[in-house]
Design a protein around this ligand. Structure first.
Ligand code: COA
Ligand code: AMP
Length: 630
């Protein structure tokens, strides 16, 4: 059956479609039906089934006789380590960690924060939680202590599973001081922290800290505990509109069914093959396509600790694909831009055996046609862009090469996946004609695997996603559907910017900068960057009588954002201006400033209060080097 038939079947007969898909999952109690409307915020999937995520990702493959198959291929150029972990070993590691957690009172529904770099134990931690029905919340290592504290206070974890350090080019990032800093700021106190000691920085242990190896030594292995279908598998925090991150909830059963469907149909991979998502376990791509989906499907997943380049040159990606016989590769376009910058002619890939590689997938930000063309030229492999979000957990739009490879249109992530009824709406919520720009929304219900709510925040969930267009989920992206039903993603409708494939909120950065005692007002805009896609730029007005010089204020603002949000914000460009351009009603013209910085065409807004301010801003941006060629 082809794409169109399957999409239509999911629309006309969601029960039949998703109950069929549910057969790829092992159930302790099979669900009586797919969609359940119990008067919650939105209808939910497979609610009365009982299932275990870890069983589906690990144990069932061992039971089926595949215990010797490699589950995790760990490749870490930053430490020089390569390790292959079989499904049987993984089962043992996970069961023992789960047993140790259970022995310390962690059980069904308890939250566990995971703060770890790209090491196999990060997956072991996630799976151990899934095994006993605990809810993990993984926090990306590039966030600062304050961000970790916010997540600890929201999720209220019983325990933290951590490593002593992560490794970034040229520096070792010690995690323990960040955790201690977060715990000092947080109101909530977890019972204990388990620390995986790494030789690059051995952590000082406090009273409530336990060494990972001691923790699991002699622990009784725990069995898989079946959980109700709607039991949260995890909470993953993401940026949006204000400083407080949103805790996206992922229901267990829908997540298993959707990911199981996606592996053969979207990614076209078979059990036993190697799947590599070069991302980080701290992001949704890492949850779905490093940790869960490849394992659910019985593949080998690559856990890669390093950057695409610099370890030592532009060979890292190709070498790993060769060494681990990668069949499908997935990363953000920015990672390939980094490789392309080192190897513009695309000569390096040819030195490696990429014969097992069939398809390259891109997501996380707009795939610029130059980069796509460079990858195609360099590898001779098809490049598939697909579009999704932390909220959905899997692709909203893709080219489902396993199901049916559709013609590729450069610049489009192709077509809506089964279960996603995508529409483009005007401000009044009316569908716009094909080829017209508007807000991209999805008719409810969303398919399995997507968020049913935000953690402890039903009202915020409704306000953020459901209220603008009743009966629809608002994606926050703007774009269009063309005559052939292909989607084109053009921009965000909110304050989210995308920096090196990482989702960041400019509003949050503004809140941080505004807390500087010498800053009276500020605006953060996203400007185009040839490597990272976008970079944040801060424009600030200093308080009259501020003690520091404008340069000092700019430097302090940069340091404050790094300290409060973290290095991942990549906030390095800031400048003090006399005035900020506003509409007569006082709204800062961020879009116009971003267009000036990018050297794009822009129209003088009719409602501007004083056009001369734009000249001053243009001068300030030129001082920072924007537009880049002007
Ligand atoms: N722990 C601590 N610090 C981290 C970190 C982590 N896990 N990840 C990134 N950082 C730091 C970086 O070291 C950098 O610090 P610096 O300002 O001191 O240089 C800062 O955060 C910004 O990181 P980033 O924007 O990622 O820049 P980079 O130069 O380190 O790497 C890329 C750029 C493009 C190579 C890298 O971002 C990449 O490979 N991205 C694509 C893959 C991806 O993760 N996509 C996510 C969704 S698919
Ligand atoms: P995240 O939740 O971090 O995965 O970020 C999701 C956002 O990244 C989306 O809402 C888009 O704005 C952007 N995004 C993800 N994939 C794509 C893509 N293929 N093309 C364009 N934008 C994308």
């Amino acid at each position: 059956m082809g794409y169109r038939t399957e999409w239509q079947r999911a629309k006309d007969d969601p029960e039949g479609f998703w109950m069929d898909a549910a057969r790829a999952v092992d159930w302790d109690v099979a669900p009586s039906k797919a969609l359940h409307d119990r008067g919650g915020v939105v209808p939910e999937w497979f609610v009365d089934g009982r299932v275990n995520g870890c069983w589906n990702a690990v144990d069932r493959h061992v039971e089926a006789g595949h215990g010797d198959r490699v589950a995790i291929a760990y490749d870490s150029p930053v430490t020089g380590a390569v390790r292959r972990i079989t499904y049987a070993q993984l089962q043992d590691d996970v069961a023992r960690l789960a047993g140790a957690l259970a022995g310390r009172g962690v059980g069904m529904g308890d939250r566990v924060v995971v703060y770890m770099p790209m090491v196999p134990e990060a997956l072991v931690a996630m799976l151990a939680c899934a095994r006993i029905g605990a809810i993990h919340s993984v926090v990306f290592g590039g966030f600062a202590a304050a961000e970790l504290a916010v997540r600890i206070d929201d999720a209220k974890p019983k325990a933290i599973l951590a490593a002593s350090c992560g490794i970034e080019p040229g520096r070792v990032v010690e995690y323990k001081p960040l955790i201690d800093g977060a715990l000092a700021q947080a109101d909530h106190a977890p019972d204990f922290t388990v620390v995986l000691q790494r030789e690059q920085a051995v952590a000082d242990m406090g009273e409530r800290d336990v060494d990972w190896r001691d923790f699991v030594a002699g622990a009784e292995p725990a069995a898989c505990v079946p959980v109700p279908g709607d039991h949260p598998a995890y909470i993953l925090y993401t940026s949006g509109t204000t400083g407080a991150p949103k805790g996206v909830v992922r229901p267990t059963a829908g997540h298993l069914v959707a990911l199981a469907w996606s592996m053969p149909n979207i990614y076209g991979v078979r059990p036993g093959e190697t799947f590599w998502a070069a991302s980080d376990v701290g992001w949704v791509v890492g949850h779905s396509y490093i940790a869960y989906a490849p394992l659910i499907h019985g593949c080998t997943t690559v856990v890669y600790e390093g950057k695409p380049v610099g370890t030592p040159d532009a060979t890292a990606f190709w070498r790993v694909m060769q060494d681990h016989a990668v069949a499908a590769f997935f990363t953000a376009p920015t990672a390939f831009r980094a490789v392309k910058r080192e190897d513009p002619e695309g000569k390096v890939a040819g030195r490696f055996d990429l014969s097992r590689l069939r398809t390259i997938f891109l997501a996380g930000e707009r795939a610029d046609p130059d980069t796509v063309a460079w990858i195609e030229r360099t590898t001779g492999k098809p490049v598939i862009d697909h579009w999704w979000q932390t909220e959905t957990g899997w692709a909203i739009a893709a080219n489902p090469v396993g199901l049916e490879a559709l013609p590729v249109k450069s610049g489009s992530p192709s077509v809506p996946m089964p279960g996603y009824d995508v529409v483009v709406l005007d401000e009044a919520g009316h569908e716009v004609p094909r080829g017209t720009l508007g807000a991209i929304a999805v008719r409810l219900p969303l398919p399995p695997g997507t968020l049913p709510t935000l953690w402890n925040a039903d009202a915020r969930f409704r306000k953020s996603y459901l209220d603008a267009f009743p009966g629809h989920y608002e994606t926050g992206d703007a774009g269009m559907l063309d005559e052939d039903g292909y989607l084109w993603i053009m921009a965000r409708t909110d304050d989210v910017i995308n920096v090196a494939g990482h989702r960041l909120s400019t509003g949050q950065m503004e809140e941080v900068i505004a807390s500087h005692p010498s800053v009276a007002e500020c605006a953060v805009i996203g400007v185009a960057d040839p490597l990272k896609g976008q970079l944040p730029v801060g424009l600030m007005i200093a308080n009259a009588g501020a003690a520091q010089s404008p340069d000092e204020i700019a430097k302090e603002a940069v340091a404050l954002v790094r300290e409060t949000i973290g290095p991942v914000a990549a906030f390095k460009l800031a400048v003090v201006v006399d005035r900020l351009p506003k509409t007569r009603s006082g709204k800062i013209l961020r879009g116009t400033m971003a267009a000036i910085a990018d050297g794009r065409d822009w129209k003088m807004p009719a409602t501007i209060d004083d056009p001369a301010i734009l000249d001053e801003v243009a001068d300030a941006l030129r001082g920072l080097g924007y537009p880049a060629d002007g």
